[in-house]
Design a binder for this molecule. Structure first.
Ligand SMILES: Nc1ncnc2c1ncn2[C@@H]1O[C@H](COP(=O)(O)OP(=O)(O)OP(=O)(O)O)[C@@H](O)[C@H]1O
Ligand SMILES: [Mg+2]
Length: 442
């Protein structure tokens, strides 16, 4: 088939027809800052209280906002600060793209409108530049309070050579320097785990205090309310309550995740015929989202972690038992690792399994093995045939082939049991190829 001018016109018409279900798709974009926040009053009040205490001279240098993904942390913090901009200046920095602690400081500098530095210039220089910039902004805006929001703050703990404690310590020094000049700085860190749960030096821990705000996962009805509000603005057709309820339910099965719910609704809308959204469109959207998520996790994992995931996929498909013991996974990992690589130790594989669990691909349970003590077992949250191909398409096809052979063998065994005498009368069993294929020693 060739592309022609007419073809483009008809494709454009098709896309427009499909998109006509949307009135304003922005409302389903997870980066969109809504003008209305549903609920979260408790967290907003806590935040306002902490920020306001600066005015009374009570210093809260660091506020740790934490909770699971899609709980509204970034949205609520930004919303509160925007609506307090009569008394404070703020800067919102997303650190996700930074790979190192120094990269984080450059992202902060960019957001403050300052030039990036070279790592050779050092962290102290970066902190000095931040101080100058914040002073300048406050002078220009004639304000005294500055809030530095560091979103996805967990990043600083994944730089293997960076020293997260030093970075936090230096930020605290920055805050003290500004205070000596009669200016107030408050740092809000946003992450999945509370700051106090991370490994920080005692000198830092005692200074940051414990000003924490927890965003518990949304309940199903909270997600439904958020969806209802957005759907009204985003779609040109009235949305069925059943559709919104299904999206809310599907995104609250694990933990109430408003982002996932909005993504689900948007993708289902894109998959619809442009006139009406159906429950089947939502089912298809779930599958697509799952695939996307698995692809992102697996393709961004290290080679060994991919093999660990592959081992669990292979074991659960071939054995038919979804729970796989650590020792079985380790054994399988050894059989599939390429000869060019040195296998990791048992201990490292145990660590990798924790990482795989944190990524959300598997769940674990501890079981008693009697006199052998306790052991862990892992189970995939999604079907192995959905995850396996992302580990390696070619390898996964060979696992499926093996599974077919095993199933055939099982059928034959069952037949042998039921008709033992007819064994050699059947031509299939006389074939030497067949015997070779299944390695049968008859
Ligand atoms: N209470 C709310 N009212 C309206 N919209 C909300 C609310 N909570 C979340 N949302 C919407 O849900 C989406 C996800 O929220 P947000 O990005 O704030 O989550 P998060 O807690 O920062 O997640 P992550 O940890 O993954 O960054 C956004 O599109 C946001 O607009
Ligand atoms: Mg966020």
């Amino acid at each position: 088939m060739e592309l022609s001018k007419e073809k483009i016109i008809s494709l454009r018409e098709k896309v427009e027809r499909k998109n006509s279900i949307f009135k304003d798709k922005r409302y389903l974009d997870s980066l969109f800052l809504p003008s209305k926040i549903i609920g979260r009053e408790k967290q907003a009040e806590q935040l306002i209280q902490y920020i306001d205490s600066l005015k009374q001279g009570l210093l809260v240098p660091v506020i740790s906002v934490y909770g699971r993904s899609g709980a509204g942390k970034s949205t609520v913090v930004r919303f509160v600060c925007q609506n307090m901009s009569d008394v404070l200046s703020f800067s919102f920095v997303n650190l996700r793209k930074a790979k190192t602690v120094f990269g984080c400081s450059n992202l902060i500098l960019s957001e403050l409108g300052s030039e990036n530095l070279k790592s050779a210039q050092g962290l102290n220089k970066a902190i000095d530049c931040m101080e100058n910039k914040i002073e300048k902004i406050l002078a220009e805006e004639n304000k005294k309070f500055f809030v530095l929001i560091l979103d996805e703050y967990d990043v600083i703990f994944s730089d293997p050579r960076g020293r997260p404690s030093d970075f936090v310590y230096k930020l605290l020094t920055l805050e003290e320097n500004l205070r000596e000049k009669g200016l107030w700085l408050c740092i809000i860190t946003i992450s999945n785990n509370a700051l106090s749960e991370h490994d920080l030096d005692d000198r830092v821990k005692s200074r940051i205090g414990n000003s924490e705000i927890f965003f518990e996962p949304y309940r199903q009805e909270d997600v439904f309310n958020i969806l209802q509000d957005r759907a009204k603005k985003a779609f040109s057709v009235k949305m069925d309550t059943a559709i919104l309820k299904l999206c809310a339910k599907l995104s609250s099965d694990d933990h109430g995740d408003a982002r996932r719910a909005l993504d689900l609704l948007r993708i289902a809308g894109e998959l619809s015929d442009g006139k009406k959204l159906t429950l089947e469109d939502v089912d298809k959207a779930v599958e697509l989202l799952q695939k996307d998520r698995v692809a992102t996790i697996v393709t961004n994992s290290s080679y060994h972690m991919r093999l660990v995931v592959g081992s669990i996929c292979s074991l659960s498909l071939l054995s038919g038992n979804p729970w796989c013991a650590t020792s079985a996974i380790y054994k399988k990992y050894h059989t599939i690792i390429s000869k060019e690589f040195k296998p990791l130790s048992y201990r490292r594989i145990v660590d990798l399994l924790v990482e795989v669990e944190n990524s959300g691909l598997v769940v674990s349970r501890t079981i008693s093995r009697g006199r052998y003590g306790y052991g862990n077992e892992y189970k995939l949250k999604l079907s192995p045939s959905l995850i396996g191909p992302f580990v390696s398409e070619e390898w996964w096809n060979s696992v499926i082939e093996k599974k077919k052979q095993l199933d055939e063998l099982e059928d034959i065994k069952a037949e042998l049991k039921s008709r033992p005498r007819s064994l050699f009368s059947r031509p299939l069993f006389r074939s030497s190829n067949f015997l070779k294929k299944y390695n049968l020693d008859l």
